[in-house]
Design a protein. Structure first.
Length: 349
């Protein structure tokens, strides 16, 4: 049995921890350490539990010179590979001494690092295509097409379109960055949802007319939520614009605003807004990833319609900031429904 003093110290550590005595046997392990290395390792030689050469070398060196060291330990459980940063230090507590190993799970750090790399790669890819096109057209206008008026007009139109695409991407990136930075700051001002959605529909009326879309919306009066009006307008602009663009010509869009839903996933009085279209729908396998940055169901189609792949990521973060929920339902051939659930305004909000 390990000394109670060292056992209580190890139990208080928030990391998996193992104490290896001067005789190279494991003298104590906390619960997290037992979960990682095995339940019956106390009293065994450390090499039977820690079988990786780098860790073994570090333990032997620290037992010999009592100096702190750092190394890494790799674990594979149920097909999931995990890396741990291992800190070694010689400790003496009462009559107990030895090398203490603490294992820090690096999964979240590695995942965040991978997300950053993916984000940079995606932004670079999204910008590279229009930039390459612009450079090519500029070179053509400076050379072979210098005196070709028809080519100049055509190329300038394409260049304007590509520049607008880059501008939309930069705008959405800035918007996403701003929303993420404010996500933990709760918005508290009362906002009239019916007015916001009405304003969105007025702004998008020309786009709906161009696509021959019929939009039905009959809001009840005075439905308010605590929120930021500009951000909520951005949410419903994205959702309605997507319904128009991807629902197809002659699409019928229905927007409902329910101020007293019978039950929601929120534990407070709530408001439910649903944007439903009768378009081609979305394959169920895509739905869990729709709010990821740069994820597109149809990359070519999305870019043709001016999409940046960031709209639903922005929607998700804004809804999160408002302590709400976003739900996506879709059946191929029958259309899609995007449901936003928000806390209802109360005087104590």
């Amino acid at each position: 049995m390990p000394d109670q003093g060292i056992a209580s110290v190890l139990a208080a550590l928030p990391l998996a921890a193992v104490l290896i005595g001067p005789d190279a046997h494991i003298s104590a392990v906390n619960t997290l350490g037992a979960d990682l290395l095995g339940r019956a390792i106390e009293g065994r030689h450390f090499m039977t539990a820690l079988r990786q050469p780098d860790v073994i070398d570090a333990v032997e060196a620290s037992l010999a010179d009592r100096q702190p060291r750092d190394t890494q330990y790799h674990s594979s459980d149920a097909g999931r590979d995990t890396s741990f940063a291992v800190s070694l230090g010689f400790v003496e507590i009462g009559a107990t001494s030895g090398v203490l190993l603490c294992f820090e799970d690096l999964s979240e750090k590695e995942q965040a690092s991978q997300m950053r790399r993916d984000f940079v790669a995606n932004v670079s890819h999204e910008l590279r295509t229009p930039l390459t096109a612009l450079i090519g057209f500029i070179e053509t206008l400076q050379g072979p097409a210098r005196h070709d008026d028809k080519a100049i007009d055509r190329f300038l139109g394409i260049m304007q379109s590509e520049a607008a695409r880059m501008e939309r991407l930069v705008r959405d990136l800035l918007s996403l960055s701003r929303v993420e930075s404010e996500e933990r700051v709760r918005a508290k001002d009362p906002v009239d949802l019916g007015r916001i959605i009405g304003s969105v529909l007025h702004t998008l009326r020309p786009l709906a007319k161009e696509s021959a879309c019929e939009i039905a919306f009959d809001p009840p009066d005075g439905v308010r939520v605590p929120g930021n009006s500009d951000q909520l307008q951005q949410v419903f602009t994205n959702l309605v614009e997507n319904a128009i663009k991807y629902g197809g010509k002659g699409n019928a869009i229905t927007i409902t605003l329910d101020p007293s839903p019978p039950e929601t996933t929120l534990r407070v009085p709530a408001v439910v807004v649903r944007v439903r279209d009768r378009g081609p729908g979305i394959d169920p396998r895509h739905i869990p990833r729709l709010t990821e940055r740069f994820y597109r169901v149809d990359t070519h189609r999305s870019r043709e319609r001016g999409g940046t792949g960031l709209g639903l990521a922005i929607v998700k973060h804004i809804v999160n900031r408002h302590r709400g929920r976003l739900r996506i339902d879709s059946t191929p051939g029958q259309g899609s429904a995007f449901t936003v659930i928000l806390p209802r305004w109360t005087h104590s909000a």
